[in-house]
Each structure stands twice: as C-alpha cells, then as structure tokens.
Design a binder for this molecule. Structure first.
Ligand SMILES: NC(=O)c1ccc[n+]([C@@H]2O[C@H](COP(=O)([O-])OP(=O)(O)OC[C@H]3O[C@@H](n4cnc5c(N)ncnc54)[C@H](O)[C@@H]3O)[C@@H](O)[C@H]2O)c1
Ligand SMILES: O=C(O)C1=N[C@H](C(=O)O)CCC1
Length: 269
C-alpha cells in the first residue's frame, strides 16, 4: 500500500480540486498524501473529508506547498496561472511530477514552466479528457485534408465562473487546425468580432466563447464551405473525465525523464 505513488492536489476547495481529491481517494493505484489551498482560505487546517461535507479522511488542508510536495511523487494542479508558476518551481525542487490543468497561462508563465521542466516531469494540457485529445487529432487530420474553401471556427461553452477565454481546449483545437493547415495560429487567429468587421478573411481561424450556468465544457470545430459543413464536437458532462486523465498523467509520469509532456504523450495518441 505504502509503495503507491503519493499525490498532492492543489486548489483543494475548487471545482476541479474536489473532483481530483475524490478521484485519488477512490483509486487503488495512488494515495492522497497532501491537499493544498491558498493562504487565508477557511479550509486551511481542516480535515479535507469534513471540509468537503463528508467523513474525516485524516488529512488536513495546508497552505505550505513546499512541505506537502516534499512528501509527494506527483502534484496535480488545477488552480490559477500565478499559483501554477509558483508550484512548478516547488515541484521541480521536490522532483515530483507536476500535472498542470490550469489554463489562461501567458507566454511568460509558459517560459517559467519550461524552465522547471528541465529538472522534473511536467505534463500539461488545456484538457485532460480522452475525448478532447482524440478530437485534437481528428481536427488536425480534417484541417490537413481540406483547403481554405473551408472556413474554420472554434466555438466553446463553459460555466459562468470561468475566468479565461478562449478556453485552453479551444486553443488546443485551434492549434491543431493551424498545424493541419501548416500555418502559424498567431497569424490567422481571429478572436474578437464586433461592429463593422468587414468580411471574413480567407484562412482565418475564428474563436467564440459562450459563458453560462453550469456548463462543464463543450467544444465545436466547424469547417464551413459553400454548400456543406462539417462539425466536430465534444461535450463534457462530468468533470470526472478531466480528473481521471490527470491521475493517469501523474502515474504515467513516474518513470519518465524530466521534460514537458502532454496528454497525447500520456494516451499514446
Ligand atoms: N485541463 C483540464 O482538463 C481542465 C479541466 C477543468 C478545469 N481546468 C482549469 O483548471 C483551473 C481551475 O478550474 P476550477 O473550475 O477548478 O476553478 P476554481 O476557481 O473552482 O478552483 C481554483 C482553486 O485554486 C485555488 N487557488 C488559487 N490560488 C491558489 C494558491 N496560490 N494556492 C493554492 N490554491 C490556490 C482557489 O482557491 C480555488 O480553490 C482553471 O484554469 C480551469 O480552466 C482545466
Ligand atoms: O471549467 C473549466 O474552466 C474548464 N477549463 C478547461 C479549458 O479551459 O478548456 C477544460 C474544460 C473545463
């Protein structure tokens, strides 16, 4: 039992944090050795089982990431960009696999994570579900097969609390479409249409973000031409799909060399 990889979950009280804690506690392949929340949060110091509204699990929420990570083989982190950058440095110091689900990371954030990945395994993906990572591969193939007579638009929908747009998943899908076409996403990305925009530019990849209610995550990649269109769609109805993927990544990373990996590597797609 004690040989099972020890996992720390950060952002314990969050939507994903709670889902991850349940997933690790229920897993026969890993043990939960720490749960981290931001300093000042009222969960800090509480038994996490009780804080989540259930029975005690004899594990208390801490704001001391350094101490928690030092006892872990992997850290699963779905928090916020500033926290994730800080955790990347601490996980690298502890030589723990850092599984990053956090989205909305800037170029500077990504550079800091790349620096940490020189010393430890980092697995990062804007979406950890099997379905979306398959959709990424399909998007690349369809984009490669079609020419610019097909306009590509990525449409995503999420719950009202989401703070970043386009979603990490939408950016993965847009990147896959651009890769399939052999173009730079930065050069063709069209993210904001409002007012007298002029006609659509041939070759652009458009992004649209819907926010409302409790939508878990929905993504369409639309290929629209004269007389026909193709829609590739993924609908997540349960955050468990992201948590299962993240735990798989944490276990997969145990015997890998330091470096940056994604879910395509983990799933062997
Ligand atoms: N990659 C994926 O598959 C995937 C899936 C779902 C969500 N996400 C991303 O995960 C992130 C979190 O999503 P959520 O819906 O759970 O958000 P949330 O707001 O419910 O949870 C974030 C948690 O992180 C905590 N936090 C913030 N700063 C912290 C710090 N310094 N130390 C410790 N904890 C800290 C917050 O207190 C909060 O509990 C977002 O970026 C979201 O886009 C990714
Ligand atoms: O709920 C969120 O926030 C989600 N974020 C990821 C994204 O930005 O794509 C994955 C889906 C859910």
């Amino acid at each position: 039992m004690t040989d099972l990889p020890g996992i720390v979950v950060t952002g314990a009280s969050g939507r994903m944090g709670q889902m991850l804690i349940r997933t690790v506690l229920d897993s026969p392949r890993a043990r939960l050795v720490g749960v981290v929340e931001r300093a000042g949060h009222d969960w800090v110091g509480q038994d996490v089982g009780v804080a989540m509204g259930g029975a005690p699990v004899d594990l208390h929420v801490t704001d001391d990431a350094l101490e928690a990570f030092s006892r872990a083989q992997a850290v699963i982190d779905f928090t916020a960009p500033a926290a994730t950058v800080e955790f990347a440095g601490i996980a690298a110091q502890a030589r723990a696999v850092h599984v990053i689900g956090t989205t909305g990371l800037s170029e500077d954030d990504l550079a800091a994570i790349a620096a940490a990945a020189r010393h430890a395994v980092v697995v990062r993906a804007g979406n950890m579900s099997l379905g979306v990572n398959l959709l990424v591969q399909l998007t690349k193939k369809v984009a490669a097969a079609l020419d610019e007579d097909f306009d590509i638009e990525v449409i995503e929908a999420h719950h009202r609390h989401k703070v970043d747009a386009p979603s990490g998943t939408a950016l993965m899908l847009g990147q896959a479409a651009a890769d399939g076409r052999g173009v730079s996403l930065d050069a063709v990305s069209d993210r904001a249409r409002d007012g007298m925009t002029g006609a659509r530019k041939r070759g652009d990849i458009g992004f649209h973000a819907i926010r409302g209610g409790d939508i878990v995550g929905e993504h369409d990649v639309l290929f629209a031409a004269e007389g026909e269109r193709i829609v590739l769609r993924h609908v997540a109805t349960d955050r468990a799909v992201f948590a299962r993927g993240a735990l798989k990544a944490a276990l997969w990373g145990q015997d890998k060399k330091p470096g940056e990996y994604d879910m395509v590597d983990v799933l062997g797609l």
